[in-house]
Design a protein around this ligand. Structure first.
Ligand code: PMP
Ligand code: GLN
Length: 390
């Protein structure tokens, strides 16, 4: 055995698979991996099923089916006034995960630096590192996930090629403010860096917060690549339909990688997603309102159990500080313990940090819970946790 790739061979199984399988083993309610516990909108599923019967079922164009590319452009123009040209500025991918990989592979060279804001989604780091680029991290300040502008400035250098901005943000539930977007944009322009916008939770934003895309800020249209996902906007996480919007020359670069990563994406799901994107604002508002109720049930319940709950402004997730329990182990140990003994699973936030070169431990006091579940399931989770901690 010659061994594998220097980045992937050294990695374990993702925290999402690990905690989901532990939840199954112990019959725990899975508030770990982020997915809704229903089948998703029936109309989209019907349309996808019909499209499989009617066809086409052979390879769609590599850029995506025109009907979906047009729907993405219309959606972006309607919600953000971005003036997107569907023929030259939209690419369909097999999920946002593929889109992220395409962007890193297409844009980075060994020696480049990429700024990642911690805690960050788990696929970013290995995909940056496999290109030979270096991830430079800037940690948000727990427990309120504040971005320190000085720390952000220090993360940039003359080698910075790219910064990833995930807003609304997994795992923190933070929605970046206009002021924060402006500061990041200013630094990106100063360093001539691209901004990779992971906006998969664009429609999962709750009262009092508003999603703004940096792509709409003055001077940023040609520096940003915007990635979204049908998985989140239509509560169909297994579909793996992603879409990328960027200026033509930038999108052409990303497409070079895409054509060799997956080349294309199942046509029936593209057709159904195109229909979904054409829904009016009420559909997206209802989606957010439904999740907001669930967020409130879980956040209040967790606070009653004794978790210090950090208010979630968006996404499927709420983060909590577990320091108050006086627990001696790591956040991973804590999540395993509540899975096995309380029957509720969660995700340790330390999994979203880059391991420190000094060997120093990353913060171990934060735990993420997913609230995209039926209210009764959330109530039952709270009852189990209350019982365990009382
Ligand atoms: N980015 C973030 C921040 C995510 O949370 C996820 C996962 N849900 C993805 C990207 C991947 O999305 P997809 O399932 O469309 O690949
Ligand atoms: N985005 C999902 C989460 O954060 C997980 C996706 C995955 O399992 N790779 O929970």
């Amino acid at each position: 055995m010659r061994g594998g790739n220097r980045v992937f061979a050294g990695l374990g199984t993702t925290i999402f698979s690990t905690m989901s399988s532990l939840a199954v083993t112990h019959g725990a309610i899975n508030l770990g991996q982020g997915f809704p516990d229903d089948e998703g909108p029936e109309e989209l599923r019907k349309r996808a099923a019909q499209a499989i019967l009617d066809g086409p079922n052979q390879y769609p164009p590599a850029m995506g089916m025109p009907v979906l590319r047009q729907a993405v452009a219309d959606h972006d123009n309607r919600f953000y006034d971005l003036g997107v040209d569907w023929e030259r500025e939209v690419l369909v991918t097999s999920g946002a995960t593929e889109a992220l990989a395409d962007c890193f592979l297409a844009l980075l060279n060994p020696g480049d630096e990429v700024v990642l804001i911690e805690p960050f989604y788990d696929s970013y780091l290995p995909m940056v590192e496999v290109t030979g680029a270096k991830a430079v991290t800037v940690a948000l300040e727990a427990p309120n996930w504040r971005l320190d502008p000085e720390a952000l400035t220090r993360a940039f250098s003359d080698k910075t090629k790219l910064i990833v901005l995930n807003t609304p943000m997994n795992p923190t539930g933070k929605v970046f403010s206009e002021e924060e977007l402006k500061r990041i944009a200013e630094l990106a322009l100063q360093h001539d860096a691209y901004v990779l916008l992971d906006e998969v939770y664009e429609h999962l934003v709750y009262a009092g917060s508003q999603h703004r895309t940096m792509m709409a800020l003055p001077g940023m249209r040609d520096h940003c690549i915007r990635i979204c996902s049908a998985g989140k906007s239509f509560s169909l996480t297994g579909w793996k339909i992603g879409y990328v919007t960027a200026a033509p020359t930038l999108l052409a670069l990303v497409t070079k990688a895409h054509q060799f990563v997956t080349f294309t994406t199942p046509p029936a799901l593209q057709i159904a997603t195109a229909w979904g994107l054409g829904q009016d604002r009420t559909y997206f508002d209802d989606l957010a309102r439904d999740l907001e109720v669930k967020r409130d049930i879980l956040s209040k319940g967790l606070a009653d159990v004794g978790f210090q709950v950090v208010p979630s402004q968006g996404t499927y997730f709420v983060t909590t500080d577990i320091s108050g329990f006086g627990y001696q182990g790591s956040d991973l140990d804590f999540c395993k313990e509540i899975t096995e003994k309380a029957g509720v699973s969660a995700i340790p936030v330390s999994a979203f940090f880059k391991p420190r070169e000094t060997g120093e431990a990353v913060p171990q006091n934060m735990v993420r819970f997913c609230f995209s579940k039926q209210p009764a399931v959330l109530e039952e989770s709270i009852a189990r946790l209350k019982h365990y901690f009382s």
